[in-house]
Design a protein around this ligand. Structure first.
Ligand code: PLP
Length: 462
């Protein structure tokens, strides 16, 4: 298997190269040149297997023999041993046919751990093999930096620098990052806002000369290995509910589209999925595109579900590539036009998308209403992202007979502000984190100046 770009002009890469590369040189995203299949018997044989074993089987074709089986099994087992629930991603039945897939039992209480616990270890493996070191840089508004840090803290060949806006991150979220005291973890508080931090990371990727040849790696959701890791829980949860013998539907709180795209890959591999429901918050480009063919940027809105606050969904490009039947030139033309003006999909690709996807958008007032209503009906306190999914599943499901699995993307304690606004006293942190507010912190405050940040990275990388 090789990996090819959605814009059709970058060289094809191996798995190892694609994991180390991130974005393609033509501005596109990498996808596998052919989609491996899981036949009826493959799926049937997964019933009762551990999560790690299912993960190994689902991901093996994508790894393409570039990591030997025993080593890859070891990496997968180690990655998922960091989760606090024995089932890794347990299914929680809410009512007769609505299930929550709890993806928040990893070290930082959100679904990004599923991919980043694996990605850090895969990167470290390849770097070790090559005798290289790499630097990871990222910017966070608070919610997702910790998953990258936790994924890399044990990696000998990686140094990670995460920039957050100084004093503009909640205490719990800051401490999830700054209490990781590993020698290869560097938290930088920028005297500016998130956009300043983001701009400095982008500039560092554009001109990497300050690193004197050391590789700079991106672990954001355009990295193919993150998609690959997320395919697994679609397969595992559907098998737990009776696949391949019956179909299920999934409802996915969505932003950059990496999560639900992984579900689509599972379907293309052979998983019987009736419907994907895309839930958005008020930042509803995905819903506008699906429902009204309004593929246009709108002003960013800060919502109660901040991990879904986006203007553009980067991974949607991967789905467009499929909808346009892998015509990279058409995808490139559409996305270049979209940068500067409101756009629309051609009729046939849009019709293809609508065969598999429905969508629904949920505003802040409704998020609060849903948290109260879901608690009243099921005793569960949902985090605000999951709440968008809960409502979207009810509003947009095609039929009541097919089980629908809503992906619970974060633990409610991680987004306590919304839970308190909904009228609850708050949610305790899970036991492994209950001393978070007493732990020692370490971070460096720097001015919002590119040269200061790059000098700090260059001097502190090992
Ligand atoms: C990242 C994130 C999302 C959105 O996932 P995408 O893959 O970007 O669509 C939803 N909920 C939470 C809690 C997240 O952290």
């Amino acid at each position: 298997m090789r990996y090819i770009s959605t814009r059709g002009q970058a060289p094809a890469l191996s798995f190892e190269e694609v994991v180390l590369t991130g974005m393609a040189s033509d501005g596109g995203l990498y996808v596998p040149d052919e989609i491996p299949t899981l036949c009826h018997d493959d799926l049937a044989a997964m019933a009762g297997l551990s999560y790690a074993e299912i993960a190994f089987r689902v991901m093996k074709p994508y790894v393409n023999g570039e990591i030997d089986d025993a080593t890859f099994r070891g990496i997968v087992e180690e990655a998922y041993a960091t989760f606090s629930h024995d089932a890794v991603v347990p299914l929680n039945q809410l009512d007769a046919n609505h299930f929550l897939l709890e993806l928040f039992h990893g070290p930082t209480l959100a679904f990004k751990d599923v991919a980043l616990q694996l990605l850090g270890r895969i990167l470290d493996h390849f770097l070790q093999k090559r005798g290289e070191r790499a630097v990871i840089m990222g910017a966070t508004s608070g919610d997702t930096g910790s998953a990258a840090i936790e994924g890399c803290r044990h990696c000998d060949n990686l140094d990670i620098f995460i920039l957050h806006p100084y004093q503009r991150v909640s205490e719990v979220q800051r401490r999830q990052m700054t209490t990781v005291l590993a020698d290869n973890v560097f938290n930088v508080a920028i005297e500016g806002n998130f956009d300043d931090a983001q701009a400095m990371v982008k500039a560092s990727f554009a001109d990497q000369s300050f690193l004197n040849g050391t590789r700079l790696v991106a672990v954001n959701s355009i990295n193919w290995a993150r998609i690959m890791a997320q395919i697994v829980y679609y397969v595992a949860s559907a098998v737990a509910l009776g696949a391949p013998h019956r179909a299920v539907s999934f409802c996915v709180p969505s932003a950059n589209f990496g999560n639900v795209f992984a579900g689509y890959m599972a379907k293309r591999m052979g998983l019987p999925v009736k419907q994907f429901i895309i839930a958005t918050n008020a930042n509803d480009i995905l819903h506008r595109t699906l429902a009204d063919n309004d593929f246009s940027k709108q002003e960013l809105v800060a919502t109660l579900a901040p991990s879904m606050d986006i203007v553009v969904s980067s991974n949607f490009e991967r789905l467009l590539f499929e909808a346009y039947e892998r015509d990279g030139a058409s995808v490139k033309a559409l996305l270049e036009r979209f940068q500067s003006e409101p756009s629309a999909l051609a009729e046939a690709p849009l019709a293809r998308l609508r065969e598999s996807f429905a969508s629904h958008s949920v505003d802040d007032a409704t998020i609060l209403e849903v948290i109260r209503e879901a608690h009243h009906r099921t005793q569960e306190i949902l985090d605000p992202h999951t709440a968008t999914g809960y409502r979207a599943a009810e509003q947009a499901r095609a039929d009541a007979a097919t089980p629908v699995i809503t992906l619970a993307t974060a633990h409610p304690a991680k987004f306590a502000e919304a839970v308190v606004k909904a009228g609850f006293p708050g949610v305790p942190l899970p036991p492994h984190m209950d001393d978070l507010l007493e732990r020692e912190e370490r971070y460096t405050v720097l001015p919002a100046e590119l040269s200061a940040v790059q000098q700090f990275v260059a001097e502190n990388r090992r």
